[in-house]
Ligand binder design. Structure first.
Ligand code: PMP
Length: 457
């Protein structure tokens, strides 16, 4: 008995009463019934332990029920849970100061929200008000949220409905160096960097030029006037850890700014040290955005989001009153503050770099061994493993095959995610506290699941 309910009861209620399509009820053929979590581990109702390499979609940054964060939360729960930010309480200021000190000048003004979608909605509104322009451009395959506005920014049909989601949102071709039209032939398959180094003999990336030409064509054909903003994830998350050629974001930022727009980095998945070498994903691209949106790992699973921008943009936004009942509440701020302390004290960014690089390097060996592992990529603990029918055609491995391997990995005790436009990419984005033994445990299981799949064929 689990809260007095059987597994069957739970699934029935899920189907009848709660968002019936939640990941097709619910993600696995034999769903996982979670009971408890501690750091990188989850236990199901039968006491079976799972290594959690999906972290509630890259959200549980410093570990399930992390004792330091839990202590901070409990302390704040006994003092004050909620009051709106129209009053002054120290937790908000303390956190705002800590957070903005981690961002480069001139990114020093923060607005708190409760989710990533809300943060991107707010960023869109601010960009439009600041520039006086309306149109926005995002990359195909991107995910920026599920609210009506953010759905317009998102470019993945799985998350779209047959009604207009948001006016003025346009997409340009995603400069995917593996699956993109010009990617694979020009960019070397080295798996451990934010951007792919180019191997073009001239030292000038031809693929990058082609993708930039695409963006220019969007300006010439679709965005007739000036642009409000460009939104981009430093490494696509839901899209399947998609990486861009060197200089793509840098050149794009320049072009967008020439057209009167501002540049927004969606750090909802890549922020807070996950990429290892940098605290923010954009730093790996050598750019400074005009606005950064964040959520997920910000508060280790407690609902929170934020937009950080410049004083100049904040000034344009100050013409109206912006209010958010829960945004920046004392409990969220106390939790987020202890998350930052924990990342620093436990050297979790460094851990992402070390364990992530190890995982990527070892996964690349499996890629070299098996024809169905097409690509291994990512940075730190933001990793994608793209599955193909064979390396030459790069046709995505069909979903029934993906699901077989996925289910097998779960049955052997590891939770990972799926992503990419065709669900063909396994996503690995664990709590930032995993260690080398955890990586080895996963590598052995993943290897076995691939072998099992091939044996069954
Ligand atoms: N941006 C990115 C990059 C995301 O991955 C997500 C969530 N998957 C969002 C925005 C939306 O965040 P939320 O679900 O908190 O609204």
């Amino acid at each position: 008995p689990y809260h007095g309910m059987s597994k069957q009861d739970l699934l029935e209620i899920r189907k009848q009463n709660c968002n019936p399509m939640t990941m097709k009820v619910t993600y696995y053929k034999k769903p996982v019934f979670i009971n408890q979590g501690y750091m990188q581990w989850l236990w199901d109702v039968d006491g079976k332990r799972y290594l959690d390499l999906f972290a509630g979609v890259a959200t549980v940054s410093v570990g399930h029920c992390n004792p330091k964060v839990r202590e901070a939360a409990e302390k704040q729960l006994g003092r004050l849970w909620h009051t709106t930010s129209i009053y002054v309480y120290p937790q908000l200021q303390e956190y705002a100061e800590k957070l903005t000190s981690l961002l480069p000048d001139p990114l020093k003004v923060v607005y708190f929200t409760n989710s990533g979608s809300e943060a991107n909605d707010l960023a869109l509104l601010m960009a439009r008000l600041h520039t006086g322009n309306f149109d926005v451009i995002t990359l195909r395959g991107s995910y920026h949220g599920g609210s009506p506005q953010a759905t317009g920014l998102t470019s993945n049909s799985h998350y779209k409905y047959p009604i207009p989601s948001s006016l003025g949102c346009h997409n340009t071709m995603c400069p995917d160096v593996f699956r993109g039209l010009w990617g694979g032939s020009h960019c070397r398959d080295s798996p451990v960097q934010t951007i792919r180094e180019c191997s073009c003999s001239s030292g000038h990336c031809q693929a990058n030029d082609m993708y930039l030409n695409e963006l220019k064509e969007v300006f010439d054909t679709t965005v007739p006037n000036q642009i409000a903003a460009f939104f981009g994830e430093p490494i696509q998350g839901v899209g399947g850890a998609v990486q861009y050629p060197k200089n793509y974001l840098k050149d794009t930022y320049q072009l967008v700014r020439e057209k009167g727009g501002i540049c927004i980095a969606d750090e909802v998945q890549t922020g807070f040290g996950r990429t290892g070498s940098h605290f923010w994903g954009f730093e790996g691209h050598n750019v400074i955005p005009d606005m950064v949106t964040m959520a997920k790992g910000i508060a280790n699973g407690f609902p929170m989001g934020a937009v950080v921008t410049t004083a100049e943009i904040a000034k344009s936004f100050a013409k109206g009153v912006h209010f958010n009942t829960f945004g920046g509440n004392p409990l969220a701020c106390a939790i987020a503050s202890s998350v930052l302390d924990t990342i620093k004290e436990d050297r979790l960014q460094e851990n992402c770099d070390q364990v992530g690089t190890y995982l990527l390097t070892e996964l690349a060996k499996l890629r070299d061994k098996y024809d169905i592992i097409g690509d291994v990529r990512g940075k730190g603990l933001q990793i994608g493993v793209e599955m193909v029918q064979d390396k030459v055609s790069r046709v995505p491995l069909p979903s029934d095959a993906i699901n077989e391997i996925f289910e097998d990995v779960k049955d052997m005790g590891v939770l990972i995610g799926k992503g990419g436009l065709y669900g063909q990419t396994f996503r690995i984005k664990p709590p930032m506290c995993i260690n080398k033994d955890d990586a080895d445990f996963f590598l052995a299981i993943f290897n076995q699941a691939v072998l099992n799949y091939m044996e069954r064929r």
